[in-house]
Each structure stands twice: as structure tokens, then as C-alpha cells.
Design a protein around this ligand. Structure first.
Ligand code: ADP
Ligand code: MG
Length: 322
């Protein structure tokens, strides 16, 4: 195993959820309309991500696993134009360096390639058959870097992190159907029909989604659409308020506070709503000094967007006499 890859892997691949994130982002970048994720033992035993995307050409399979190899090109300016989620070409090499990985991929739905990797070495490569798309199977993560397992928390925590990652990617992509199965149990299953409220149903359940209110509030620079729970459906932490910026989940304290502010005194102190706020804006208005892999993102004119959010929620609640 190449040491440099393991070091790189330390930055990207900290836990099973990081594997899920990288693999699913690759499926999204490959224009998949369906992504099926199966995990066993919170991902520590196995993680399989199956998509119906572009596939990887036979001659490119080995290259895709080489460090710093990417088929995606992005400049700093592009990053928030959100062409692709990946751009560094590190993920597959990093994952393969700390796990046993099998790829089965086809670009045409006729011939397919199946290749096995362990600790970055390609062990076998054979022709196969499958429909167009890619299946990556990652087993025994950290089998060769047992020290890394120390940082892995309880199975429960690790599974929650995986669910979080899938939730966030699904919210940003209502046009893609995501299904997450943990040991035969469906945890997330979104329709992929483009409808955000139905996507929320696939994440938080139909009951919560069907009772949510919605608003749209736009001006020349921003297009904001939100779904939010009535004041009687709340949670004891902020993590059920999600901000999606141009299809990417972001963390932004000012904007999630704006959601809370929209409820005014209708929300009990220490309680937070379930909300998904979808913000579309010109990528040039996003602070490009913030690296897109960081979730905390600064926006030009953040307070204007915050006002549109709280105003949208406040007006809708008073329409409903809530
Ligand atoms: P990056 O996403 O930054 O390019 P990765 O290491 O994640 O780097 O992936 C390397 C390359 O492998 C990608 O650029 C892409 O060409 C190919 N690839 C990975 N996963 C898939 C997939 N599910 N479908 C199609 N191509 C893929
Ligand atoms: Mg990638």
C-alpha cells in the first residue's frame, strides 16, 4: 500500500460515511437517475453503491483508481457553478487504499468490466455483463489501517452519519431517486421525480412531509423555496433545518436562524422546526474564497436572503392563522 495514499485517505476517508459520500457524489457526477446504497454493520462490513450513470470505460478503470486522476475539470471560479461534486481525483484511490473494493461498470449496458482492488493494487480484471452504470462495493474498511478504527464511533452514530449524508445529497437532487438500505431495512427512499416535497417524504416520512407548509420568495438575484413544519412539529436540535444552495447542502448559521426568526414567538424556546430551504442564486454571489468541501459557506448579501426566508415563513404562517 502506498503510504502517500493512506495519508491522503486520512483526510478524505475518516469513517464509513465518508465512503458513502464520495461514492454517491461520483454517481451524481455520472448523471445517474437512480442510486441504491446498501450498507451492512453501519458500513464497517460493507458499502455498496449502485448507479445507472455513465459508467467507466474499460480502459479507464485502472486510471480512475490512480491518485489525482479525475475526468472532471473545475477551476476555482467554476466550483460553485456546481458542474460536478468531485474534482480532485482522490476519493477512489483513497478508498481503495483502506479497503477491499470491487467495481462493476458498463458504459453501454452490453459489456461490463469487473475489477477487484485491495489496498490500491488491482487484483483482477475480467469482462462481465450488467446494465449501464456502476456498482462499487467496499468491504472491510480500514482492514489494513486498524488504528483508524479507533476514530470510528458507535455503530449507531456511524449509521446516523450515513443517513445524514444521503439525506443531504437527496435534498439537493430531487431529480434523482436515492434508496438507502441498512441490513434489509429501508432508511431513505426518494422518488426522484423532481418534487422537493416528495423528496422530503422519502427522508422524513410521509406524515411529516404532508403536514409541512411551503413558501416561495424571490427577487432578481435569488429564488427561494422552502418547506417548513407547523409550529406544533418541532425538534430539540437545529439539525432538522437544511439549507440547499444551488443543489448543495450548506451550513449557514445566519440562514438557519432566519428560519427560526420566521416563526417569531410561535416556537417554544429551545425548539426548532423541520425545514428544507432551497436557494438558487448566481454562483458569482457565493463567496468563492470558501472551499466547496467546507460546509460553512458565506454568501454575498446574506442578510437579504435571510430576510426573504423569515418573511416567507412569517407570511405563510399568518395566512394560515398559525
Ligand atoms: P473525482 O470525483 O474527484 O474525479 P474520484 O476518485 O472520486 O475523483 O473518481 C475518479 C474518476 O472515476 C472520476 O473522475 C470518474 O471519471 C470515475 N468514476 C468514479 N465513480 C464513477 C461512477 N459511479 N460512474 C462513472 N464514473 C465514475
Ligand atoms: Mg469523486
Amino acid at each position: 500500500v502506498e503510504l502517500s495514499n493512506q495519508i491522503a485517505a486520512g483526510e478524505v476517508i475518516e469513517r464509513p460515511a465518508s465512503v458513502v459520500k464520495e461514492l454517491v457524489e461520483n454517481s451524481i457526477d455520472a448523471h445517474a437517475s437512480q442510486v441504491l446504497i446498501r450498507v451492512e454493520q453501519s458500513g464497517l462490513k460493507s458499502i455498496e453503491v449502485n448507479d445507472n450513470g455513465d459508467g467507466i470505460a474499460a480502459e479507464d478503470v485502472e486510471v480512475a483508481f490512480a491518485p489525482h486522476s479525475t475526468s472532471k475539470i473545475a477551476t476555482d471560479r467554476d466550483l460553485f457553478a456546481i458542474k460536478t461534486l468531485g474534482f480532485r481525483g482522490e476519493a477512489l484511490a483513497s478508498i481503495a487504499s483502506v479497503s477491499k473494493l470491487t467495481v462493476l461498470t458498463s458504459t453501454d449496458g452490453k459489456s461490463a468490466i469487473k475489477a477487484d482492488f485491495a489496498g490500491n493494487t488491482m487484483l483482477s480484471k475480467e469482462t462481465f455483463a450488467r446494465s449501464k452504470g456502476t456498482t462499487m462495493t467496499v468491504q472491510d474498511i480500514f482492514f489494513n489501517t486498524p488504528a483508524r478504527l479507533k476514530y470510528v464511533k458507535s455503530l449507531h452514530t456511524e449509521l446516523n452519519r450515513i443517513v445524514d449524508i444521503v439525506d443531504r445529497l437527496a435534498m439537493g437532487h430531487p431529480e434523482i431517486s436515492f434508496r438507502l438500505i441498512h441490513e434489509k431495512k429501508d432508511l431513505v427512499w426518494t422518488s426522484g421525480n423532481g418534487n422537493l416535497q416528495q423528496t422530503i417524504a422519502g427522508i422524513y416520512g410521509r406524515t411529516i412531509a404532508s403536514h409541512m407548509l411551503s413558501f416561495e420568495n424571490s427577487d432578481t438575484d435569488y429564488e427561494i423555496k422552502g418547506y417548513f413544519s407547523k409550529p406544533d412539529t418541532t425538534r430539540s436540535n437545529r439539525s432538522y433545518m437544511s439549507m440547499i444552495l444551488n443543489g448543495r447542502y450548506i451550513k449557514n448559521y445566519q440562514l438557519s436562524s432566519a428560519v427560526v426568526r420566521g416563526y417569531g414567538s410561535k416556537l417554544m424556546i429551545g425548539r426548532f422546526p423541520v425545514a428544507v430551504i432551497d436557494i438558487k442564486l448566481d454562483p458569482n454571489l457565493v463567496d468563492i474564497n470558501v472551499h466547496p468541501t467546507k460546509q460553512e459557506v458565506r454568501l454575498a448579501n446574506e442578510s437579504r436572503i435571510a430576510d426573504l426566508i423569515s418573511e416567507g415563513i412569517r407570511n405563510r404562517l399568518s395566512d394560515q392563522n398559525l
